[in-house]
Design a protein around this ligand. Structure first.
Ligand code: GUN
Length: 283
């Protein structure tokens, strides 16, 4: 079987067109411009690129955006003070603290200071808890994008066996919870999993979120599986995923490329979450 490609860039573009319309409606009906503040501390190169992309994407859909670029030696209390100032700023509807943070700064403590109503990353314990309970909440952007990509194939998630590889708080764990909410039977694999191949071979849906190039080889994939690759690693300046794409593409029914699959969806979901935050706050 030759897989169909899930074109994250195209899907992302379609969703952003809708966001632009909704931003105009919100401006016309309530005089509100959705505003996102992004805080970045330190000089992690990949993070700087992501933050610039987030700023640019905000401008492109008509949001107000403000990036706070703090030095590597910024203290935890300086970041908390900034978060608390932004919590009170009526122009800002969403606050995002780019991870990873410099050594010595506790990201859970930082996230706990963001008002849950402005937590567009969905990392605050209140939002994570509500997501786990199936209640309304902000949902982390990458897993949210993964579910959207699977749904856009038109295939059912209900009743499928989904295998998530990776258990990070940003992608793996929330992706597993969201798949469970869609009535998938979910297995989570991680670095201590004994027989990764055996688990992946049973998957109707594979979600790889590790950051380990070619960890998921083509021979592991079950014929007809949906394969979502959320891995991102730079090798010799080239972005590569977790899945051995060239082989997996001959086994899967649907597959995301890297780049151009999950990546573009993450920022689009951030825009959606920020729009939701702005709407909720003007109620
Ligand atoms: N670093 C990598 N992915 C993310 C993300 O989705 N949000 C934040 N805040 N930091 C990240």
């Amino acid at each position: 079987m030759k897989a169909q490609i899930i074109d994250g860039k195209k899907i992302s573009g379609e969703i952003r067109e809708n966001i632009i319309k909704e931003v105009n409606d919100l401006k016309n009906s309530h005089g509100i411009v959705p505003g996102l503040a992004v805080i970045i501390a330190g000089d992690d190169e990949a993070s700087s690129v992501y933050v610039s992309m987030k700023e640019k994407s905000c401008k492109n859909v008509g949001f107000y955006s403000q990036a706070y670029k703090l030095p590597q030696n910024t203290t935890q209390s300086e970041i908390i003070d900034l978060v608390e100032k932004l919590n009170q700023d009526p122009k800002i509807h969403g606050i995002l603290v780019q991870l990873p943070l410099p050594k010595g700064i506790n990201e859970d403590i930082i996230n706990s200071h963001i008002l849950p109503s402005k937590d567009v990353d969905g990392f605050h314990a209140v939002n994570s808890g509500n997501m786990l309970l199936g209640k309304p909440s902000f949902v982390p952007c990458t897993p949210k994008g993964i579910i959207e990509l699977i749904k856009r194939t038109g295939e059912e998630i209900n009743g499928k066996h989904a295998v998530v590889i990776g258990r990070s708080n940003i992608v793996g764990k929330p992706a597993a919870v969201l798949l469970l909410r869609e009535n998938a039977t979910v297995t989570i694999c991680h670095s201590k999993t004994k027989d990764l191949k055996q688990h992946v071979a049973m998957a109707d849906i594979v979600v790889a979120a590790v950051g380990s190039p070619n960890l998921i080889t083509g021979d592991m994939i079950k014929e007809g599986a949906i394969v979502i690759d959320a891995g991102t690693r730079k090798i010799d300046g080239k972005l590569v995923g977790d899945v051995e794409f060239d082989k997996a593409v001959d086994k899967a029914s649907w597959i995301t490329p890297v780049p151009g699959g999950v990546g573009p969806m993450t920022i689009t979901m951030l825009l959606q979450n920020t729009l939701k935050a702005a709407r909720d706050q003007c109620k």
